[in-house]
Design a protein around this ligand. Structure first.
Ligand SMILES: NC(=O)c1ccc[n+]([C@@H]2O[C@H](COP(=O)([O-])OP(=O)(O)OC[C@H]3O[C@@H](n4cnc5c(N)ncnc54)[C@H](OP(=O)(O)O)[C@@H]3O)[C@@H](O)[C@H]2O)c1
Length: 333
């Protein structure tokens, strides 16, 4: 098969397409012929050596959609020929509250989806919602399950509540906007780009402000006419302190990422004085994934920023690193 194999860490140009051995399914596994894969910031962290447990060579890619071509022992052969999306969370464990020690994500340490074929546990297969193209379906899994768990399972958002999603251009953030709006929340956003704020409004955001304005929480309170019930943050850094400042007393701040790095001078006083609920969230359980996918089966469509051919994985990474995207960057295979 053809695959983009990461053999050395470095600039996007280390991502080159080459011939690789076809994967064979083991007991309980299936092989999917991929039609599309999608990028996540995780792939950039890995390529640049800023991720735990990197082992090379590896085929990156946690998101994929395609057709099942082979099934191993103990897998229903009726899967063969079906169009599927892959749940990238493996071995969550028995506790719905948090992943266990065997938890893994597709695309490190096991080979991922920047390839013609991928080998996955059969319980990670889900029928592709028929109205989604393969490119759209590949844009769903990791970002949407992360957004769903952050908003619903952890954040417990309710219809009519006000939610702020930081850094709306990101893959997870755009999914959080779509899912939050679909569930009846009023979603406000921040971004580094006015054009992205406009795009977010077209996708259902009630409003938004630029995070380049150091007083952006105040600007957002003025726009909302009050404080939000929930802030969903993937930026970390100073944005996290601002989220604690912004949210209503008794509200929830859900953290799922730290693109900006660690939080300096964490405002602990705000947490206890405002009676805040600070919640961490990572990926999602099989149950989260199924509930999330039902929203797409019921008509939701992910936001696809760009579709590039697999042999332009380097260009795709560069676009993500430069933060030019609004939504998911997809590789057509
Ligand atoms: N815990 C989990 O399970 C999980 C899952 C997925 C991702 N993550 C983490 O979540 C983060 C986002 O991932 P992704 O794949 O969605 O990344 P992405 O598509 O590359 O998005 C990153 C976004 O960060 C935003 N950003 C940059 N500077 C910011 C600032 N000063 N304030 C607020 N936002 C800022 C940008 O928003 P604008 O373009 O609007 O300026 C950018 O689009 C990454 O750190 C990733 O590692 C965690």
């Amino acid at each position: 098969m053809k695959a983009v194999v990461l053999r050395a860490l470095g600039e996007p140009e280390v991502l080159r397409i080459e011939e690789a051995p076809d994967p064979q399914p083991e007991r309980g596994e299936a092989v999917v012929r991929l039609r599309a894969a999608a990028l996540n910031h995780r792939d950039v962290w890995i390529r640049t050596g800023r991720y735990a447990g990197i082992t090379l060579p590896v085929i990156l890619g946690s998101d994929g959609a395609g057709e099942v071509v082979e099934t191993g022992a103990d897998v229903d052969p009726a899967w063969r020929g079906r169009a599927v999306v892959i749940d990238p969370t493996f071995n969550w464990g028995d506790d719905e509250r948090a992943q266990g020690p065997a938890f893994q994500i597709l695309g490190l340490p096991g080979d991922g989806t920047y390839a013609d074929l991928v080998r996955v546990p059969a319980d990670a297969l889900h029928d592709k919602p028929p109205h989604l193209s393969f490119e759209e379906a590949a844009a769903v899994p990791l970002a949407s399950v992360t957004a769903y768990r952050a908003l619903v399972t952890r954040g417990r958002i309710a219809a009519g509540e006000t939610v702020v999603v930081t850094g709306i251009g990101g893959g997870v953030a755009t999914c959080a906007l779509l899912i939050g709006a679909r569930l009846g929340a009023k979603v406000y956003v921040t971004s580094g780009s006015d054009a992205k704020l406009d795009t977010a409004r077209r996708h259902g955001a009630a409003g938004g402000v630029s995070y380049h304005d150091p007083e952006w929480p105040k600007a957002l309170v003025a726009q909302i006419g009050g404080r939000p019930d929930v802030v969903v943050d993937g930026a970390g850094g100073d944005t996290f302190n601002k989220a604690l400042d912004l949210v209503t007393p008794g509200g929830r701040v859900v953290s799922y990422g730290a693109t900006l790095g660690p939080v300096q001078n964490l405002e602990v006083r705000r947490i206890f004085w405002k009676q805040l609920n600070v919640l961490g969230s990572t990926m999602g359980t099989r149950r989260d994934f199924a509930a999330m996918l039902r929203l797409y089966a019921d008509g939701l469509r992910p936001i696809v920023d760009t579709v590039l051919p697999l042999d332009q994985a380097a260009q795709a990474h560069r676009r993500m690193e430069e933060g030019r995207q609004f939504g998911k960057i997809v590789l057509r295979i």
